[in-house]
Design a protein around this ligand. Sequence first.
Ligand SMILES: *[C@@H]1O[C@H](CO)[C@@H](O)[C@H](O)[C@H]1NC(C)=O
Ligand SMILES: *[C@@H]1O[C@H](CO)[C@@H](O)[C@H](O)[C@H]1NC(C)=O
Ligand SMILES: *[C@@H]1O[C@H](CO)[C@@H](O)[C@H](O)[C@H]1NC(C)=O
Ligand SMILES: *[C@@H]1O[C@H](CO)[C@@H](O)[C@H](O)[C@H]1NC(C)=O
Ligand SMILES: *[C@@H]1O[C@H](CO)[C@@H](O)[C@H](O)[C@H]1NC(C)=O
Ligand SMILES: *[C@@H]1O[C@H](CO)[C@@H](O)[C@H](O)[C@H]1NC(C)=O
Ligand SMILES: *[C@@H]1O[C@H](CO)[C@@H](O)[C@H](O)[C@H]1NC(C)=O
Ligand SMILES: *[C@@H]1O[C@H](CO)[C@@H](O)[C@H](O)[C@H]1NC(C)=O
Ligand SMILES: *[C@@H]1O[C@H](CO)[C@@H](O)[C@H](O)[C@H]1NC(C)=O
Ligand SMILES: *[C@@H]1O[C@H](CO)[C@@H](O)[C@H](O)[C@H]1NC(C)=O
Ligand SMILES: *[C@@H]1O[C@H](CO)[C@@H](O)[C@H](O)[C@H]1NC(C)=O
Length: 471
Amino acid sequence: MTMIKTVAILLALVSNVLAIETVICNATQSCPEELPCCSQFGECGTGSTCLGGCNPMFSFNAAACMPMAICQDSSTTFQNYSSRVASHDTYLGNVSEADWVYTGYLYDYDDEDSMLLAMPKYSAGTVLSSTRFMWYGKVSARLKSSHLGGVVSSFILFSNVQDEIDFEYVGADLKTVQSNFYFEGILNYNNSKNISTTDTFENYHDYEIDWHEDYITWSVDGVVGRTLYKNQTYNETSKRYEFPQTPSKVQLSLWPAGNATNAPGTIAWAGGEINWNADDLKDPGYYYASLQQVNITCYDPPSYAPKNGTKSYQFIKSDSFLSEDVAITDKDSFLYSDEGSGLDAEKGKNSSSIASSSSSSSSTSLSSSSISSSSSSSSSSSASSSSSKSTSTSKTTDKSTASSATVQTTVAAATKTTSLSSEQSTAFVQNIKSSSSGTSSKQQQTSTGTNGANAISVGIPLAGILLSYLL
Ligand SMILES: *[C@@H]1O[C@H](CO)[C@@H](O)[C@H](O)[C@H]1NC(C)=O
Ligand SMILES: *[C@@H]1O[C@H](CO)[C@@H](O)[C@H](O)[C@H]1NC(C)=O
Ligand SMILES: *[C@@H]1O[C@H](CO)[C@@H](O)[C@H](O)[C@H]1NC(C)=O
Ligand SMILES: *[C@@H]1O[C@H](CO)[C@@H](O)[C@H](O)[C@H]1NC(C)=O
Ligand SMILES: *[C@@H]1O[C@H](CO)[C@@H](O)[C@H](O)[C@H]1NC(C)=O
Ligand SMILES: *[C@@H]1O[C@H](CO)[C@@H](O)[C@H](O)[C@H]1NC(C)=O
Ligand SMILES: *[C@@H]1O[C@H](CO)[C@@H](O)[C@H](O)[C@H]1NC(C)=O
Ligand SMILES: *[C@@H]1O[C@H](CO)[C@@H](O)[C@H](O)[C@H]1NC(C)=O
Ligand SMILES: *[C@@H]1O[C@H](CO)[C@@H](O)[C@H](O)[C@H]1NC(C)=O
Ligand SMILES: *[C@@H]1O[C@H](CO)[C@@H](O)[C@H](O)[C@H]1NC(C)=O
Ligand SMILES: *[C@@H]1O[C@H](CO)[C@@H](O)[C@H](O)[C@H]1NC(C)=O
């Protein structure tokens, strides 16, 4: 037993992945008070785990997750922007510091005034998320998807209770964009609808999600391709509208749905296995989606919403997570250290957050923090992270001069992550988790498995597909 455990720890050290002593959370088992926040991957933790993706349904209670920073109108032009994006694993919720957080690989591409979301060989790709939440509003993104079988790009709204509104771009069919939605993470395989357009890899298009209390439209280049009314989503059995309705982050991602280690149904949906020797992997060295701009316009929250402030949204019950259960408050949405949570947001306030975070990671258990801090020596430190991002050459026009040094570094980091051992039931969870451990961290630690953030957004539909193939 001890032997096995030691081996496991060594393996985890080597792979920079946490696979042991993880405290699990799910519908039957909430997080304990010491690690009160349930990540979207079903693991308990503190710190960044209590921010975006913190699921109040399975957390110690709804107050464990930090209040969600309120919507603000914005327009982000992703020109020479990668150095302004914070690492998801170290960001503690101060919205003055960053509008966006990421896991994975970002590169500036000056020739198109864009930022690339990249996916080096065998990696889990990249997830970019807004730091603020939107509670009804309009969001548009100008982007080029990636391409080829097994490679999926996405642009979605994603809430902490896993309401989701999606655009998905399956690289095997560049003339079709898939629209989809989910309610509280419940798998329903029948909600996807296709919208036709011209080659999404060759052309920038403007994709818009217009989210109202009683309907959603998905548009491409100003033309509505789909409308969903709330009244079409009533479930007679549960007696409720299964319509996305809770504060949501804006999220863009690129992920390897067709990786060989994924479930067969997932790979089939993605258009087959990824070719990790495609030309893109040689030059510029990775698959990529190109993002130029995101505009966010906030709508008024529902008139019935309890309101005693202007800073954040918060779920006010621990057993119901509908639109009626969200209040607008003056509570801050940031933490002072990786040990903090909504139960004690000021924890670590008097010590410097860097000092405190070196002793306790935002992830899960004691063993995880020791593993993560020792393994960080083999991954990147803050300096190399930001310098690799800012010096990482933009993909050049002929793409032949992309910085191979940068690419190699990134690939090395990615391959080091390997996949989580074991008991995860779905491939996408592993993907996303290894994505987070492949992410460079700004501090002298890499937070391990828990906060790959976000990407479950794409995982849920995947899980749906997977299940539908199994059924
Ligand atoms: C929750 O996790 C526990 C421990 O891993 C497991 O025994 C239980 O079956 C899980 N429940 C659900 C609903 O997945
Ligand atoms: C990118 O922005 C940095 C400052 O953040 C600046 O020093 C640099 O010159 C800019 N590069 C380009 C190509 O505009
Ligand atoms: C949030 O970040 C801003 C900008 O860096 C800084 O001025 C402010 O002090 C930070 N707030 C807290 C509470 O750390
Ligand atoms: C993708 O599959 C390769 C094996 O082909 C594996 O080594 C790698 O860890 C997988 N990557 C992810 C993100 O699952
Ligand atoms: C963002 O807003 C600006 C200003 O209104 C507009 O010119 C631009 O086309 C918008 N971009 C997208 C992606 O909607
Ligand atoms: C999806 O559609 C199939 C076929 O029409 C049906 O059998 C299934 O019950 C539907 N699933 C849900 C969750 O509505
Ligand atoms: C959407 O198009 C894909 C091919 O790109 C196809 O496999 C899928 O069945 C279509 N979905 C719907 C709902 O028509
Ligand atoms: C749903 O709402 C729309 C817009 O209010 C209305 O036009 C439509 O008739 C309603 N449909 C049903 C099934 O109630
Ligand atoms: C309606 O709700 C019931 C009970 O929660 C669930 O089993 C069923 O799948 C739902 N139907 C659809 C179409 O989602
Ligand atoms: C504001 O409302 C929230 C949520 O109901 C509550 O937790 C908080 O105590 C209230 N604050 C004040 C100052 O009343
Ligand atoms: C932080 O320091 C202030 C005074 O410096 C003290 O009053 C306060 O109790 C300390 N807070 C914590 C959480 O240690």
